[in-house]
Design a protein around this ligand. Structure first.
Ligand SMILES: Cc1ncc(COP(=O)(O)O)c(C=O)c1O
Length: 421
């Protein structure tokens, strides 16, 4: 596979033109890149009739992007009521929605059931809970946590330490109970990795699930309709990293399918990837506000961790391009910081970049998933706009930036007048 692609889909001129009406910071997404990537993913699993990717809405909950992905044949993986409502507003309904939630409140089960979503339960106790709250649907899926049977992953940790899913024994019990209660259609799900770059990891996970499908089908006497392999396919954030070879993953899973599921009814495969679908096709565009020299050199940006939290949260690497200085030597070491009163608010630490000056335009790469979506308003920092670079080269707004009115929207100042302190 090729190394990370550092080429940008837009020019400095295009960004400067946008800035006349929409000041930095903003996220911009590349429609052509997203569509080509979606087609690559589908092609890798074209051997499996009924294959479906349910895009993990949490990664980039923007209706315009969801509409593009729907047009590419994707469904939506939702994990909360607002995400369900968002999917519905885009026209993604019924079994086009996978509801993979945890610690789920009754009203969310009711809403998902009403929408006809596929319910993916996180725990054995959710079976009677769901039955009481909403009644049981004809189709149910359970999330498996393989515990010690599966090695860990840097972000999600070791499965046996993770809060998600049923144990192996609970799965058998769960399918037995569901069958006895009249459930007729079944799915099996797991998600044990996040940002995993090793293709073999996904093949091994599929093998684990296929063996389990065969065993449960035999011992419980049910037929599975689908296996959902979850999300977690990584992207190359660092220049030296390589993208996951999707063709290899698809072919490896096909081999496992053909070897392990002989004699069983056809099984359709599902994924609920977020990061690998939109992650590499989003960019946070920001300007340098101040350059500060103390014990280190700091480049203070007009963006902050409210716009992109991953570096502060996980110490994640995001590549930075300085527009107009691409060919200059990366000769100065900077901490690239935001404006939050929080020392973790850094996009990069000790990063070698061309010498920076206030006003320089920076592009922070790979912000298309778990970027804007993770934003928050701590420190009164507001979330930025989102733009879309369309396939014809036009740049259109797909979310406005927040204003102070949004910050105050949940407060009742008339109540404050009457409130006695
Ligand atoms: C249940 C579930 N599915 C899918 C995803 C998407 O993961 P990724 O964006 O790494 O593919 C997540 C991420 O947190 C998740 O919790």
């Amino acid at each position: 596979m090729s190394r990370k692609n550092l080429a940008l889909p837009f020019t400095r001129k295009q960004i400067e033109a946008v800035e006349c009406t929409l000041p930095t910071p903003f996220h911009i997404y590349d429609e052509a890149g997203i569509r080509a990537n979606a087609r690559r993913l589908k092609a890798a699993f074209a051997w499996n009739p009924g294959f479906k990717e349910y895009f993990a809405v949490k990664a980039c909950p923007n209706p315009f992007l969801l509409k593009i992905l729907k047009a590419e044949g994707f469904g939506a993986d939702c994990s909360s009521l607002p995400e369900l409502l968002l999917a519905e507003r885009v026209g993604i309904t019924g079994e086009e929605i996978m509801f993979t939630s945890n610690d789920t409140p009754a009203d969310e089960f009711v809403a998902a059931h009403k929408l006809g979503a596929i319910l993916n339960l996180d725990d054995l106790t959710h079976l009677p809970f769901l039955e009481q709250a909403a009644g049981l649907p004809k189709l149910l899926c359970f999330r498996y946590n393989p515990g010690l049977l599966k090695g860990g992953n840097a972000i999600i940790g070791h499965p046996e330490e993770a809060k998600y899913g049923f144990t192996r024994e609970q799965l058998f019990d769960g399918y037995r109970q569901a069958k006895a209660k009249g459930v007729k259609r079944f799915g099996l799900h797991t998600m044990v990795a996040s940002n995993e770059l090793n293709p073999q990891y996904f093949i091994d996970t599929a093998e684990l699930l296929f063996d389990l499908v065969a065993e449960i089908s035999r011992t419980v006497g049910i037929a599975f309709e689908f296996v959902n392999l979850g999300g977690g396919i990584g992207i190359p954030y660092k220049p030296e990293q390589e993208a996951v070879d999707l063709e290899r993953v698809g072919a490896g899973i096909r081999k496992a399918y053909e070897a392990r599921l002989k004699g069983l009814p056809p099984l359709r495969l599902c994924l609920e990837c977020g990061r690998m679908v939109t992650g590499p096709y989003g960019y946070l565009v920001t300007r340098v506000r101040h350059i500060k020299h103390t014990y280190k050199c700091y480049a203070g940006l007009d963006a902050c961790m409210a716009n992109l939290m991953r570096p502060a949260l996980y110490g994640s690497y995001h590549h930075i391009t300085v527009l107009g200085k691409e060919t200059r030597p990366a000769a100065v070491k900077y901490d690239v910081t935001g404006s939050l009163c929080e020392n973790n608010d850094k996009f990069a630490i000790d990063r070698l970049l061309p010498e920076l000056a206030p006003g320089d335009l920076l592009v922070i790469h790979d912000t298309g998933a778990h970027g804007h979506a993770m934003g928050f308003q701590y420190n009164g920092k507001l979330r930025s706009a989102e733009l879309l670079l369309r396939e014809d080269g036009a740049i259109v707004p797909i979310r406005r930036a927040e204003t102070p009115e949004d910050y105050f929207a949940t407060l009742d100042f008339t109540g404050l007048k009457k409130f006695k302190a």
